[in-house]
Design a protein around this ligand. Structure first.
Ligand code: GLY
Length: 329
């Protein structure tokens, strides 16, 4: 099934609130990380079905590269793929027809960098890395981020492909610029890697919600929301409706839950339950998914709706794993 149709086709009935409630009634337990890997390293996981991206990341790791190099170059694969309509070149534009990118990256030392509302540059994740490594700042936005990219030698590119332009023009016929509950895909590519030394890094990159209001920024460049890494504990990245991830500081929440002793799977489930149990949550009409890895190399993924998946590359196997989800029939 195509990702952009996942909400349309997911069952919107039979809300499993009992499951959600039981997930949030856990007792918080003290930190008990053993810091020992119980699985084979290196390891890469990513949101959605992106075997080329995880393949690239694993190639970097197997050649002795760092987890940071792996997640950057893995995300770059999707940024350059014009068939991917939610990332980099070819990403669907905002309501004005402008493709604007959000991305962030975080390393094993807790350093991070991000770019917000970046235009005309395909590899947002690489600019985010440069912000982290070569500037005194964490975030650069808009024209400043773009100018910085040119200073680094990145070339100006038109990110609006013919195909995306056609989709935008089609959308404009019906939407009439009304605020909408958007069911287009907004599938951030997020990636987490553990290198052979057990060090963790993560990155995420997105063109954000399709046909968003001009100026809208999602969760993907917000450290703690779209991505969080703590090299003692693990990492998490988010995909889906960024507004809902930001409201619960989702990725930081997942890492903190792992610190308290939850497995990656349990932590992702609790973080989703925080969203669906909010008063007046409209979760039947939006998707959020998390993937997580802990220091031991255990992984987890969970989403609100069906059809979220994680790609995992470990032990020579690069495979798509369907995520469990909250809204069951
Ligand atoms: N998760 C991407 C966004 O909402 O912008």
């Amino acid at each position: 099934m195509k990702r952009r149709n996942f909400i349309k086709n997911a069952s919107l009935t039979g809300v499993g609130l009992a499951v959600g409630n039981s997930l949030v009634s856990y007792a918080e337990t003290p930190f008990k990380n053993t810091l020992k890997s119980t699985t084979t390293l290196p390891l890469v996981i990513a949101t959605w079905h992106v075997e080329n991206a995880t393949g690239k990341a694993m190639e970097i790791l197997q050649n002795g590269g760092t987890a940071l190099d792996a997640v950057e170059q893995g995300c770059m694969v999707e940024e350059a793929d014009i068939k991917n309509k939610s990332v980099g070149k070819g990403g669907l534009p905002d309501r004005e027809g402008n493709v604007t990118l959000d991305a962030c990256i975080m390393n094993k030392d807790g350093d991070c960098g991000s770019v917000v509302y970046l235009q005309n540059i395909t590899h947002a994740v690489s600019i985010a890395r440069k912000v982290m490594e070569d500037t005194p700042h964490v975030m650069l936005a808009g024209k400043g981020a773009e100018q910085y990219a040119y200073e680094l030698g990145f070339k100006k590119e038109n990110l609006l492909t013919d195909s995306s332009k056609k989709s935008w023009k089609e959308w404009k016929k019906k939407s009439k610029y009304k605020p909408i509950i958007n069911i287009e895909n907004h599938d951030t590519i997020g990636m987490l890697a553990i290198d052979k030394n057990g060090d963790i890094s993560g990155a995420c990159t997105s063109s954000g919600l399709a046909y968003k209001m001009a100026g809208r920024v999602g969760d993907s460049p917000i450290i703690g929301s779209g991505l969080f890494i703590d090299n003692e504990i693990g990492g998490c990245v988010a995909t889906g409706l960024g507004e809902e991830v930001v409201k619960t500081v989702g990725s930081f929440l997942v890492v903190e839950l792992m610190r308290q002793g939850k497995s990656p799977q349990e932590a992702c489930e609790v973080a989703i339950s925080r969203i669906v149990k909010k008063p007046n949550s409209d979760y039947e009409n939006f998707q959020v998914g998390y993937i997580a890895v802990n220091k031991q190399g255990e992984t987890g993924s969970y989403s609100i709706h069906q059809w979220f998946s994680m790609t995992k590359f470990q032990d020579g196997v690069n495979e798509q794993i369907q995520s469990d989800y909250f809204l069951k029939e």
